[in-house]
Design a protein around this ligand. Structure first.
Ligand code: ADP
Ligand code: MG
Length: 635
């Protein structure tokens, strides 16, 4: 009968699961892949106060994972406990759970690992005379035996997942697992710069000697990152954020390079990663991701790390406050840092080109979008930092001249600055050269335009060297910031079209454009539906000048499709501003008059984040006299 099975299933008695089965089930969550074993074991070593941790990996961790530390060790009596479920030395009562300071606390890692691999622990407690070894295989624990080693613990895992062939089958290629292990070790190393790490994997040894946070960032992320990175430090309402921000121009194709830590714990929390990315949103292309190291310190009671067995996710009591501080502090630091472009963008010859001398950065004031605000308020709140007007003769933008450069300038008459001619009768001075047209170059870090090269590059002479500007990229940034200003002022400058432009589109596109007419109007683009198959554009943003209106409108219609329901207004506004800026900018290839070139240079100097266009590409590079001399082997 069909019912028999039902009945017998329903009448089966409730039974406690066998401990070994529980371990296997839990192992599925704690030890997903070899890298998670590495993480658990290194965290145990850190919890034990290790100053030095040696990691050896064979066959992507499936063959062998061995972690040796010089921490306080485990007493012989405690060894059997350490490998049994829910035994921990780190948490004694529920009160402790709300303010966890150690990495581990669940007492799950060792038994889980012992359930799916061959585990052996050799440890000597700091107060013991000798070391002891305990082995667990397929969940069966053998009694401890005497062994030899100094104070500290060595944990060895062989044949990981041999007990769970299904898991073994689902592991990715060896190369992927190896990469995951090295990423895990990098994160752990960043979390504990005072601890020395050695990783031996595939015959390669990577050393992270103990040092400061900055030194560790250099070891892990490379000297280029360390030299360029912008230091991050912010504090609000008991939340402290510190770290290092990679330049927007050194963005990467994956989100893997945002390293986040909460109270010293490695976290891989999507909300935090997204907040970091949102901080860069304005200065980075949509498909790029920042390289950044971000440490968050917060009252342990205000954060829950017990969300998932792997302890990589966190829940904050006040998520908005944490997110807000991450986004706004990153934005402010990026805007305040002098416009610079990554050196990594250039090849060996361009390595000499940098973006010093940088215009003094305008003060930034970025505001987080607030869900309580109406459309107008939110648009007003969403705005770019207001550039401070540079006072002429104020000398606020000083060059940092490379040593010797000033002397060089004095000894060589600058070709573009002709010796002042004898005063003409009546006290009038002779017409100046290019430099004089641009005024005192000390006020103008980007100097005076000398020429336009290949239709797109402005060559300018500065006191300290030369600057090469990508006119399209630079102008795009300026237009972008102008659009944001216009939107924020709530009275966007628009120009009425003499003859309204009617653009034929698919009915869906007309509907979508009409639904977002408010967003476009915030920038001065006024459009409405014109029957079911067209829109009519009556006004366009003044900042865009003359441009191909139908092309922009069609592109905007395409983009709305990408937005989705959930996209915040702030993100939509950025998106639209970026698209408009691209359409309204001086094209590469357009010849510019000297006044136009100089005007562009002056605009770059006063525009926030002008060091890169809104795709994150640099807008200008500089070559100091010092560097020019090096190129010509004069020094
Ligand atoms: P948890 O870290 O959550 O306490 P684990 O299963 O990872 O659970 O470890 C169980 C216990 O074993 C720890 O509480 C600790 O007392 C001990 N232990 C594990 N690894 C080490 C180590 N490397 N040094 C000292 N003690 C260790
Ligand atoms: Mg642990």
């Amino acid at each position: 009968m069909g019912d028999t099975a039902e009945i017998s299933r329903a009448t089966r008695p409730v039974r406690r699961l066998d401990d070994r089965l529980i371990d296997k089930i839990a192992a599925g969550e704690v030890v997903e892949r070899p890298a998670s074993v590495v993480k658990e074991l290194v965290e145990n070593a850190l919890d034990a106060g290790a100053r030095s941790i040696d990691i050896a990996i064979e066959a992507a961790g499936v063959g062998l994972i061995r972690i040796a530390d010089d921490g306080h060790g485990i007493a012989a009596d405690d060894l059997p406990l350490a490998v049994s479920r829910h035994c921990t030395s780190k948490l004694s009562d529920a009160a402790g759970l709300s303010a966890i300071l150690t990495m581990g606390f669940r007492g799950e890692a060792l038994p889980s690992i012992g359930a799916v691999g061959r585990l052996a622990i050799t440890s000597r407690h700091r107060e013991a005379d000798g070391a002891w070894r305990i082995a667990v295989d397929g969940g069966r624990t053998a009694p401890p035996e005497p062994a030899g080693r100094g104070v500290g613990t060595t944990v060895e895992v062989r044949d990981l997942f041999h007990a769970t062939p299904a898991r073994l089958k689902f592991l990715k290629a060896e190369r992927t697992e190896t990469a995951a292990i090295s990423d895990t070790v990098k994160r752990l190393a960043l979390s504990a710069p005072g601890v020395g790490f050695t990783l031996v994997m595939n015959g390669r040894t990577t050393e992270y000697p103990p040092g400061s946070t900055a030194e560790r960032a250099r070891q892990v992320l490379g000297p280029e990152f360390a030299e360029e990175a912008i230091a991050l430090a912010a504090e609000r309402e008991g939340i402290r954020i510190t770290g290092h921000l990679g330049l927007p121009t050194s963005g990467r194709a994956s989100s893997q390079h945002a390293y986040a830590f909460v109270n010293g714990r490695v976290v891989r929390d999507r909300q935090i990663t997204q907040a970091i990315r949102a901080g860069y949103q304005d200065v980075m292309a949509r498909d790029r991701h920042p390289v950044a190291v971000v440490f968050i310190e917060i009252d342990p009671a205000a954060v829950d790390v017990n969300v998932h067995p792997a302890k990589a996710d966190v829940r904050f009591r006040d998520t908005q406050a944490v997110r807000g501080l991450i986004v706004s502090s990153i934005r402010r630091h990026l805007a305040e840092a002098a416009p610079r472009a990554s050196r990594g963008i250039s090849n060996a010859a361009l390595a000499a080109l940098s973006q010093r001398p940088a215009p003094a950065a305008p003060a930034a004031s970025s505001t987080e979008a607030d869900p309580e605000l109406g459309f107008d308020e939110e648009v007003a709140a969403w705005r770019s930092p207001t550039p401070k007007k540079r006072e002429s003769g104020g000398g606020s933008a000083r060059f940092s001249l490379p040593p010797g450069a000033r002397a060089f300038m004095r000894s060589q008459p600058a070709p573009a600055r002709p010796e002042p001619a004898a005063p003409a009768p009546g006290g009038a001075t002779a017409p100046g050269g290019t430099m004089d047209e641009a005024g005192d170059e000390a006020d103008h870090p980007l100097g005076a335009a000398v020429a336009q090269v290949h239709g797109n590059y402005i060559l300018a002479q500065t006191e300290a060297g030369i600057v090469l500007v990508d006119q399209h990229a630079a102008h795009e940034r300026i237009v972008y910031e102008a659009l944001k200003e216009a939107a924020a002022s709530r009275t966007p400058a628009s120009q009425g079209l003499l003859i309204p432009e009617v653009i034929e589109l698919a009915a869906d596109d007309v509907g979508a454009l009409e639904a977002h007419a408010d967003t476009f109007a915030a920038f001065g683009l006024v459009l409405e539906a014109f029957g079911p198959g067209a829109v009519v554009v009556r006004e366009t943003p003044a900042a865009l000048g003359n441009f191909d209106v139908p092309r922009l409108v069609k592109e905007l219609a395409d983009e709305i499709g990408e937005w989705g329901e959930a996209m915040a207004l702030e993100a939509r506004l950025n998106h639209v501003a970026a698209t408009m800026a691209c359409h309204g900018s001086v094209r590469a290839g357009r010849a510019l008059r000297p006044e136009e070139m100089n005007a562009l240079l002056r605009q770059i100097e006063t525009t926030p984040a002008a060091g890169q266009c809104n795709h994150g590409r640099p807008t200008f590079v500089t070559l100091s006299l010092d560097e020019i001399e090096k190129l010509f082997e004069r020094r």
